[in-house]
Design a binder for this molecule. Structure first.
Ligand SMILES: [Zn+2]
Length: 240
């Protein structure tokens, strides 16, 4: 059985360690104003956040004006570093960053899936499926089941490679929710999950980034020419 995942959070006494993924106790060390070494930490904060001022508020009982804090995992004894209540080290996931053109709502789900992939492949894959469900209307499908939305886009000429990427995300995602024939445990499951992150980025590259680039170039064509293109019916194929 998979244990419940508790994300790392500033000031919490126990969570799943970003280094070893174990659910373990955390020892906290804070550097508050006036502490030895504060100057170095202030410089560090400036580099990381670009801000000069520190704010005086409390998160989970810890002062977060403290510039810098460290939590030490009782299980692997590795430190995590926090600046202004935000985890800055270690980078928590081997998953590639979300595509820069990924719509915001989908990016959030992608990052959530990425943050838990080391703990549960299945949960991660299930969230990716949800991300696809949110992405399809952005690609021009009418809101419906994922299956139907992909079908609609296929009928509008969706390239086969994109259809296959989307269906992989859909079917393997379903499998994560209702366990079936695809094994998502162990090393292999991790590889599958990782591939799905790449597929989602691939879909965004093809369906959003490349389309935008082409539309940008196309918008340079004068209006009159565009009208001729639109009413061409195959006549002006080589621009003659
Ligand atoms: Zn650890």
């Amino acid at each position: 059985m998979e244990q419940k995942y508790v994300p790392s959070e500033y000031g919490k006494p126990r969570f799943n360690c970003p280094s070893c993924a174990a659910f373990s106790a955390q020892d906290w060390y804070e550097y508050v104003e006036g502490d030895y070494g504060q100057l170095q930490f202030e410089r560090y904060l400036r580099e990381v956040t670009g801000e000069e001022k520190h704010f005086n508020h409390i998160v989970n009982g810890f002062y977060s004006n403290n510039v810098f804090a460290m939590s030490m995992c009782a299980s692997c004894e590795k430190p995590s570093f926090w600046v202004k209540g935000q985890l800055v080290y270690p980078q928590t996931s081997p998953v590639p960053s979300p595509h820069s053109d990924m719509p915001e709502e989908i990016k959030k789900l992608y990052e959530e899936a990425s943050s838990i992939v080391m703990v549960s492949h299945r949960a991660s894959v299930a969230i990716l499926r949800l991300a696809v469900e949110k992405l399809l209307p952005e690609l021009g499908a009418k809101k419906d089941t994922i299956d139907k939305m992909i079908g609609e886009l296929v009928s509008k000429g969706l390239p086969e490679s994109i259809q296959k990427a989307l269906d992989s995300l859909r079917v393997i995602g379903n499998n994560a929710v209702h366990p079936g024939k695809i094994d998502l445990e162990g090393e292999d499951g991790f590889e599958v999950a990782l591939s799905l992150f790449n597929l989602l980025n691939f879909v965004v590259e093809k369906m959003i980034t490349e389309k935008n680039k082409i539309n940008e170039i196309y918008s340079l064509i004068p209006k009159g020419m565009k009208k001729r293109i639109e009413s061409r019916d195959g006549v002006f194929l080589d621009g003659k």
